[in-house]
Design a protein around this ligand. Structure first.
Ligand SMILES: O=C(O)CCC(=O)C(=O)O
Length: 286
């Protein structure tokens, strides 16, 4: 039986993941019980949303630090006085088919210790469009056959930032007018993570590959890896594993990169969108 929440209200958004939390002002210091309940809701729903928050950068930093030290931010220029905040911006006149976060991914999975959580705060939100979608890696794992689960348990995957931030990556070729992103050869580095990871706090297993940063199965060629990775990506993105969040100014989302992928929809041409983004450091996937 799950324990009731006493200091916050938690309203699930979808069967797969996601819940809206109300009854808390994140600009004020969080009491221990409120923090413990928010943390519990985060683990139960993998992504949590708050509405109508009025946060200065320092408030978002303080909320982030309740969960742990900041994660490492590479390649993307941060705010001048806030080295742990990225402004995710697309201007109204940027009619590009390419936007920040526009392909399913788990944040910075090319890092040895990818961020456990990302916190995104809506500052300027289009009148429609620009939603963010999330997909549960737990459900992706739990719905596989026992045979494929067994096969995947023995595999590791190679992750790299090269398609995005590498010397020939998309950010080396295409400029986003409103975000300063410095792609370079350090983005070509590779490292391995298990294909199936066990969440260090919930103990649940999830599929931990994504189409942006996973390059191949370790020990296999890219051509050999492609059919399996294509299957896993398509499987992980099944609509019934997802939830979709409609932003408003003052909304805040906090998602768990250890068991979710996400995608920023690019369907609001002609309108400006701006969010502030922080991350919480994570551990080495195992
Ligand atoms: O802008 C969004 O909705 C999400 C951006 C994103 O993918 C990220 O911050 O990692």
């Amino acid at each position: 039986m799950t324990t009731a929440y006493e200091t916050i209200r938690v309203r699930p958004l979808a069967g797969a993941c996601g819940a809206e939390i109300s009854g808390v002002d994140l600009a004020r210091p969080l009491g221990n019980q409120a923090f413990a309940e928010i943390h519990r809701a985060f683990l139960e729903h993998s992504v949590i949303f708050f509405r109508d928050q009025d946060l200065k950068p320092a408030d978002q930093e303080a909320f982030t630090l309740r969960f742990g030290p900041f994660g490492q931010t590479d390649y993307v220029k941060t705010l001048p006085d806030h080295p742990n905040i990225i402004a995710v911006i697309k201007e109204a006149e940027e009619r590009t088919p390419f936007n920040f976060g526009g392909v399913w991914h788990s944040d910075f999975s090319y890092q040895d210790r990818p961020p456990m959580a990302t916190i995104l705060y809506g500052r300027d939100v289009p009148p429609y469009g620009g939603d963010t979608m999330f997909a549960s890696g737990y459900l992706a794992y739990e719905t596989l056959s026992d045979g494929l689960k067994r096969t995947l348990e023995g595999l590791r995957a190679v992750h790299s930032a090269r398609r995005s931030y590498g010397s020939k990556g998309s950010y080396a070729k295409r400029r986003l007018k409103s975000m300063e992103i410095a792609a370079d050869e350090s983005g070509d580095a590779e490292l391995e993570h298990p294909v199936i990871r066990t969440h260090p706090e919930t103990g649940r297993k999830s599929v931990f590959v994504n189409p942006v940063y996973t390059i191949r199965i370790a020990g296999w060629t890219e051509a050999e890896s492609k059919p399996l990775l294509d299957f896993l990506h398509a499987h992980a993105q099944r609509p019934e594993f997802t939830c979709r969040f409609r932003w408003a100014k003052g909304s805040l989302a906090m998602w768990d990169n250890r068991c979710l992928q996400h995608l920023a929809l690019n369907d609001y041409h002609g309108f400006r969108r701006e969010h502030h983004r922080t991350t919480v450091a994570g551990d080495r996937p195992a």
